[in-house]
Design a protein around this ligand. Structure first.
Ligand code: PEP
Length: 253
């Protein structure tokens, strides 16, 4: 059994006081135990204060990005060790917004993955096709390319031990309100799990958690999360309000 994971990606939203209020509400409401594992990924500026607000609760802290170098003259960047130091357990890598707006390639995601694993951060690696790629019938090829490129050279044992999570986020469904149907999402998740089986081994295929992301809301999450190969959700917009995010968490139990 794979424990469901619900991760909130706050992106570049919420003031410090809004972030703290949301974090406190979630910390007070998310029960520890056998339900879904819950992670919030606030903006970097609020990692420390949100981390303190959720400390000791069932809500874990994650970052939205990391830099692959350990330290040095890299203005504006943050190392994996710094994220661990501030209390992060997870880090999102290769989000489509970073791939599209900040020219993040599979090779860069791969270097970040290696840095995250070396520091003990659990990576959530994002993959997903654009609408044009889907319409051209290239979804499986794009996912395969991102999967292979982002994970290149890292042995299965290290990925399993490091708690690798992969999030399938069709670009056309992110922030658009256009959610993939449960069948569309399940189809790509099954392909992804097959890729894991072909490239790695059975143990990893069984253990790895595959999240769906793209306009997940409380009213569509239950059906998505019921799919055989969907082990949780990476949630953007609906993670910015406690009520919506808690509704999604409840649907994953
Ligand atoms: C995301 O950015 O990871 C995401 C899934 O966003 P939204 O839920 O807003 O589509």
């Amino acid at each position: 059994m794979r424990r469901p994971l619900i991760a909130g990606n706050w992106k570049m939203n919420l003031s410090r006081s809004e972030s703290l209020a949301l974090a406190r509400q979630l910390a007070a409401s998310v029960a520890s135990g056998n339900g879904a594992e819950v992670v919030v990924c606030p903006p970097f500026a609020w990692l420390d204060s949100v981390g303190q607000a959720v400390a000791g609760s069932a809500v874990a802290l994650g970052a939205q990005n990391v830099y692959f170098e350990p330290n040095g003259a890299f203005t504006g960047e943050t190392s994996a060790a710094m994220l661990v130091d501030v209390g992060c357990k997870y880090v999102i890598l290769g989000h489509s917004e970073r791939r599209q707006l900040l020219a993040e390639t599979n090779a860069i995601v791969n270097r970040k993955l290696q840095a995250a694993l070396a520091a003990g951060l659990r990576p959530i690696v994002c993959v997903g096709e654009t609408l044009a790629e889907r319409e051209a019938g290239k979804t499986a090829d794009i996912i395969q390319e991102q999967f292979s490129g982002s994970l290149a050279g890292v042995p299965a044992a290290q990925l399993i031990e490091g708690g690798l999570v992969i999030a399938y986020e069709p670009v056309w469904a992110i922030g658009t309100g256009k959610v993939a149907t449960p069948e569309q999402a399940q189809q790509v998740h099954a392909q992804l799990r097959k890729m894991v089986e072909v490239r790695y081994n059975n143990a990893m295929t069984e253990q790895i958690r595959l999240l769906y992301g793209g306009s997940v809301k409380p009213d569509n999450s239950r059906e998505l999360l019921r799919q055989t190969d969907i082990d949780g959700a990476l949630v953007g917009g609906a993670s910015l309000k406690a009520e919506g995010f808690l509704g999604i968490i409840a649907g994953a139990a």
